[in-house]
Design a protein around this ligand. Structure first.
Ligand SMILES: Nc1ncnc2c1ncn2[C@@H]1O[C@H](COP(=O)(O)OP(=O)(O)O)[C@@H](O)[C@H]1O
Ligand SMILES: [Mg+2]
Length: 165
């Protein structure tokens, strides 16, 4: 399982195009920190977390723990609720952009005909289900979902830590 995931994973962790190094100030214009294409399977949740954690070392003044939690929720949703998890060659991709004031993470799945990302009603939160997008809604500065050529993008932005230069 792990081997398959590794061989079907395409990950590019690029240095910021401005040449930013770990510990330097975040750039004023958005920079793609990296992107990864992963299998549409649950093993990709941990791989995506580790990938984003490594990338955010470059932009270390952001709310990394919150960002990683939200990455887990969105990749889990892509696997559970979209076609990414239904088909043998389903994929989910993760892209991380340093926009200076925020980090933006795009999670792209293969789309779905039946379900659409929606925050659960309060009543649903009493159950095990329905907490993922509720957390995204609480912790992200902004988030949203839209169609894309690949299927659907669910994205969030998360702010710099207070007091960060
Ligand atoms: N990537 C997605 N594609 C299609 N539907 C989604 C996606 N993400 C979330 N949803 C829908 O939004 C609902 C709420 O998601 P979430 O809050 O994570 O709860 P849960 O995953 O426990 O059902 C899901 O039950 C599903 O119907
Ligand atoms: Mg969920």
């Amino acid at each position: 399982m792990t081997t398959t995931a590794a061989t079907t994973t395409t990950a590019t962790a690029t240095a910021a195009t401005s040449g930013a190094a770990p510990g330097t100030a975040c750039p004023a214009s958005p920079d793609l920190l990296g992107s990864a294409v992963l299998p549409g399977r649950s093993i990709s949740v941990g791989i995506a977390r580790a990938f984003v954690r490594d990338l955010l070392r470059v932009a270390e003044c952001h709310q990394v723990d919150d960002a990683l939690l939200l990455v887990s929720e969105l990749v889990t949703n892509a696997v559970q609720h979209s076609d990414s998890g239904l088909h043998r060659h389903g994929q989910v991709s993760v892209a991380v952009v340093d926009a200076g004031a925020t980090i933006r993470v795009d999670v792209t799945d293969d789309g779905s005909s039946g379900a659409f990302p929606m925050v659960a009603e309060a009543a649903d939160l009493d159950t095990e289900r329905g907490r993922g997008l509720w957390l995204v809604d609480r912790l992200a500065t902004r988030w949203g979902a839209h169609g894309s050529p690949a299927g659907r993008v669910v994205w969030f932005e998360i702010a710099r830590r207070p007091g960060c230069p």
